[in-house]
Design a protein around this ligand. Structure first.
Ligand code: NAD
Ligand code: DEZ
Length: 370
């Protein structure tokens, strides 16, 4: 079997070869010519797969090592016999780590007590559910909005979007990007939405750029309708809006899901999809190990209890380093994504000397205790 894989999918090289002949190319160098003779593609979100690239090729399966699939023209693929698979939930915990680290940053910068704040979560799937759990552990009041789920599961858990606009101090989006249908999410956060947000909330978008109208975000910051923004996903990546970049409290190059744990799981799920689709019956697949973090021990001795939580979370992931780097070199957006350093989730870290109350929060988030 002939496979073409994105060269920037970690933990794949030397492993995918157990399934066939594998060639690697950076995602932005995939062409119709390059994929023509391939049976399967293992891809990322940086390449668009539709009629223009797939017509006349031999491709039978596209495995995206990602949660999102708005880079695949699924209608065209379904109509033309090209199967596609994704890796649901693979990096949901990584996005939760990103949102938690960002909330702690905003709280620190603007002197906010998160236990007295309300967060509205729009889209409560794999990621939104994890963000919900984390925000509860931080002691926040959480409002959940997910009309498709509410239609299926009934009311009770969910609230309407107007309540979130009225009551939330933070609004975080975790929906897919959809441009049609009853629950389409394209420009969900537009001028109207943002000007109806009464508590001057912070807006967080680590879903997809198009979920929040980037021009409307700038207007809302300028006219004071919102207090600030945390943006990981942008319209027109990698050519992102430079003014919005400078205005953002946290601005990152679409890496919220880039924990090594998430990448490893995405690779594994992609290969499992390949194995199943082609009935390869491969057993005892050899996977690479996820490297340990450089400093897996977090010693909180001497840190006052008011700062222990942020210290521990930022030890695992600090969004400010990436914000500074992106603000000074926005032209390196694609490079930052292709050369991402090792980042581990909480479970790879052990905390020492945490105060009792903080320790309980850290353990519930997934840290280990010595
Ligand atoms: N920044 C990153 O690195 C990163 C990483 C992972 C996922 N993502 C993105 O995050 C988003 C969520 O991922 P997920 O794994 O939770 O997806 P999911 O499919 O598990 O959950 C999405 C949820 O959104 C809900 N939804 C759909 N339309 C809605 C609407 N109009 N209003 C409110 N809710 C709506 C769905 O019912 C579903 O419950 C996706 O867009 C994904 O591409 C980004
Ligand atoms: O959809 C996802 O899983 C995320 O957006 C993911 O982080 C994108 O990863 P990439 O395509 O850059 O590898």
């Amino acid at each position: 079997m002939k496979i073409l894989a994105d060269a920037h999918i970690p933990y794949l090289k030397g492993v995918a070869e157990q399934f066939g002949e594998v060639e690697y190319l950076p995602g932005n160098q995939f062409t119709r010519e390059a994929i023509k003779e391939k049976d399967a593609l293992i891809v990322r979100t940086v390449t668009h797969f539709g009629e223009e690239i797939l017509t006349g090729t031999n491709v039978k399966l596209i495995c995206s090592a990602t949660i999102g699939f708005d880079h695949i023209d699924t209608a065209w693929c379904d109509a033309h016999g090209v199967a596609w698979r994704t890796a649901p939930g693979c990096n949901a915990a990584s996005v939760e780590q990103y949102v938690t680290a960002s909330l702690l940053y905003l709280a620190d910068k603007y002197q906010l007590d998160l236990t007295k704040k309300t967060i509205g979560i729009v889209g409560v799937g794999n990621v939104g559910s994890k963000v919900d759990a984390a925000c509860n552990k931080l002691g926040m009041r959480v409002l959940l909005n997910d009309p498709p789920r509410e239609e299926n599961e009934g009311p009770g858990l969910f609230t309407d979007i107007e309540t979130i606009q009225r009551e939330a101090d933070f609004i975080t989006f975790h929906t897919p990007l959809t441009k049609t249908g009853k629950h389409k999410t394209f420009h969900l956060a537009d001028d109207r939405f943002l000007s109806s947000a009464t508590k001057r909330p912070f807006i967080i978008n680590a879903a997809r750029g198009g979920v929040a109208d980037n021009q409307a975000l700038k207007r809302a910051i300028h006219n004071g309708n919102i207090a600030g923004v945390v943006i990981d996903c942008w319209e027109n990546e990698p050519e992102i809006d430079r003014e919005l970049l400078q205005l953002a409290d946290i601005a990152t190059p679409h890496i919220a899901g880039y924990s090594a744990d998430g990448k490893w799981t995405a690779t594994k799920m992609s290969l499992e999809n390949l194995n199943k689709f082609f009935n390869l019956s491969a057993e005892n697949i050899h996977y690479q190990e996820i490297p340990s973090p450089l400093n897996p021990i977090i010693n909180l001795q001497g840190i006052d209890s008011g700062h222990q939580l942020q210290h521990a979370v930022w030890h695992t992931y600090n969004p400010m380093k990436e914000t500074t780097a992106l603000k000074s070199s926005p032209e390196k957006f694609y490079w930052f994504r292709s050369n991402y350093p090792l980042r581990r989730e909480y479970r790879a870290y052990t905390v020492f000397h945490a105060d009792d109350k903080i320790l309980q929060i850290l353990l519930s988030l997934g840290f280990n205790e010595k």
